[in-house]
Design a binder for this molecule. Structure first.
Ligand code: C2E
Ligand code: MG
Ligand code: MG
Length: 569
């Protein structure tokens, strides 16, 4: 079968054009041909159609080949262009090639026509493929696959360019950062897919109100940014903030369910709040955090805001320094077996002793660390410190199992099992010396990956528990598919048992159900003897809480072990 080809011929002689068509047909092509002989006709042809190849005479009464070539390239068309001329001399031919023609053929000798077409078409296709794959790589590097919005890298580049331009042209510009309040809750309640859908809707609404040269980007998770590279007045940022709030104020329909999202927006303005990308990003972030703290929809950065805020400390890299400078430490809290009355192990809980701000509790820096990418070095520090301590205890004759909390981000890191294996062997410890605690919402965020990683860890002989059970929305049954040994019922239920009958019922039935599923149950937050007794009567397996011991430094734990009525097995 002959191959179709769209051919544009720039030629004043009908005869010559016909000759070319005949050669094409003879060579196995089925050409669609248009012949033009003026610049106007050529322009019209380029506008109306796409062409596979262009043949052009060199000199014509009302047009010429070099001009035709220029028109083609001006349309940025990477279509092969071939001179076909009877008069062309070698020098002119070379000039034509230099001007961007792909080849030239002599009218009297069209033997090369078919091989030339084949070569040029295949090269054009290769160039196209190459451009497409480059475009794809660029797209992957710069765009967020979920919302198709520019990503953090792209924002960063645009922000840097905008600062340079603003400096040069001497005008203000602004960066707005926002995240959705309670997105985690929405995600947990409605599920991952609907959470993704919601983020897409938010991206869509923002795109509808932000247009060039302004830019909207998704930075990851539920964080979005709007860049305003050129402001006439600094006060214009208020208008944009109101526009965003208004655009997101109408409920989003998630599978017929109206969901209301609200945002906290933080704004930093160039040049007032910073003169480089990092500072503006950090300050917009501080402003966003402040907006949330004071319950406002948006806040513009002010110097006095830049005071102590754990999120800010994490962002400023102080957590990284804290890891390096040993400002972090671990406290250990024992877990006891309620039925057999012995110490099962300890949970390692991180503490940050900041030289200026004093003690910062883990709840305040773990989430910011997840967002800023510091969670990996942080978790590595915790694992290393916990295992080093475990080894030191063994040297002193105490075999104590240490439980370490993993964050949701750790569960998406395929390198974590290898890291743990390396640390275990560095500290010459059996895998059974280590347990890992993972919150149920962390698993539900990306169950497929979580199951993969947990299966590997559990295969290594490490025990896994589900932490804070009851605060998420996973069913007990769904947990049976996980390689989990125990459930830790969240302390809010345990603490509630004292006054709230309903909590006692929930705890009792969770224990029963978990046992049916072959899971061990741990109660955390046991603050009194009465609670301990009740839990024991409910058949709860293990307990942890202030009544038994607060989390304490390693030395104090040994003293506690020697003095308390609880013993190691
Ligand atoms: P968690 O893993 O559920 O840890 C139990 C928390 O309950 C600890 O708070 C502990 O001090 C507290 N607690 C223990 N017994 C009682 C009690 O009887 N009553 C009350 N009211 N509270 C009790 P902490 O140390 O502030 O840690 C809070 C959370 O921070 C932890 O919750 C855990 O999710 C996270 N965290 C702590 N260390 C790390 C870590 O190294 N890595 C990660 N990813 N998260 C950590
Ligand atoms: Mg825990
Ligand atoms: Mg817990």
């Amino acid at each position: 079968m002959s191959q179709t080809i769209r051919v544009l011929i720039v030629e004043d002689s009908e005869e010559d054009a016909e000759l070319l068509v005949r050669e094409l047909t003879k060579g196995g092509y089925d050409p669609t041909v248009l012949v033009v002989d003026t610049a106007e006709k050529m322009n019209a042809a380029l506008e109306r159609n796409t062409w596979d190849i262009v043949f052009s005479d060199y000199s014509m009464p009302d047009f010429n080949g070099l001009r035709a070539l220029e028109l083609l390239r001006k349309n940025a068309l990477d279509v092969p262009f071939i001179f076909v001329s009877g008069t062309i001399g070698e020098e002119v031919a070379v000039a034509g090639m230099k001007a961007g023609a792909n080849d030239y053929l002599m009218k009297g000798n069209l033997k090369r026509l078919i091989p030339t077409i084949e070569r040029e078409l295949s090269q054009a296709k290769m160039r196209l493929d190459h451009r497409q794959s480059e475009e794809m790589v660029r797209h992957l590097a710069y765009y967020d696959p979920l919302t198709a919005l520019p990503n953090r890298t792209r924002l960063h580049e645009r922000l840097q360019a905008a600062i340079v331009a603003a400096q040069f042209e001497d005008h203000p510009m602004a960066l707005l950062l926002m995240d959705l309040n309670r997105f985690k809750e929405i995600n947990d309640t409605l599920g991952h897919h609907r959470g993704d859908f919601l983020l897409q809707q938010v991206g869509q609404r923002l795109s509808e109100i932000v247009y060039e040269p302004n830019m909207v980007a998704r930075l990851g998770g539920d964080e979005f940014a709007v860049l305003l590279p050129k402001l006439t007045e600094k006060e214009d940022v208020h208008a944009m903030a109101h526009k965003i709030i208004e655009a997101l104020s109408k409920p989003m329909m998630i599978e017929d369910l109206p969901v209301v999202v609200d945002v906290g927006i933080g704004i930093a303005v160039y040049p007032d709040h910073g003169a480089n990308a990092e500072t503006l990003l950090q300050r917009a972030d501080v402003a966003m955090y402040t907006a949330k703290e004071i319950g406002k929809e948006y806040a513009i950065y002010e110097d006095r805001l830049n005071r102590y805020s754990p999120r800010r400390l994490v962002l400023l890299g102080e957590l990284r320094q804290a890891i390096e400078k040993n400002e972090l430490l671990l406290h250990f809290q024992p877990k006891i077996d309620l039925q057999e009355h012995y110490v099962v192990g300890v949970e390692a809980l991180a503490r940050w002793k900041h030289p200026e701000h004093g003690f910062i509790p883990p709840n305040e820096f773990v989430i910011p660390a997840e967002k800023s990418g510091l969670i990996k070095p942080f978790t590595e520090w915790v694992l290393n410190a916990a295992l080093r301590q475990c080894h030191a205890w063994q040297e002193e004759g105490f075999r104590i199992n240490v439980a370490v909390n993993l964050s949701r981000r750790n569960l998406q890191d395929p390198e974590i099992p290898d890291l743990i294996a390396t640390l275990l062997s560095t500290h010459r410890l059996e895998p059974t010396c280590l347990s890992l605690e993972i919150t149920e919402s962390a698993i539900m965020e990306d169950p497929t990956n979580a199951v993969k990683i947990l299966t590997r860890l559990s295969g290594m002989g490490i025990e896994i528990s589900i932490d804070d059970f009851g605060t998420g929305y996973s069913s007990l049954a769904s947990l049976t598919r996980l390689p989990v040994r125990s459930l830790k019922i969240d302390k809010s239920f345990i603490l509630g048992m004292a006054e709230n009958k309903n909590d006692a019922v929930i705890v009792h039935s969770t224990i029963g159900l978990a046992h049916h599923l072959g899971l061990n149950v741990v109660a955390e937050g046991v603050e009194s003897a009465a609670l301990l007794e009740k839990l024991s009567a409910f058949g709860c397996d293990e307990a942890q809480g202030y009544f038994i011991s607060r989390p304490v430094p390693a030395e104090d734990l040994i003293r506690w072990l020697r003095e308390s009525s609880w013993r190691l097995k």
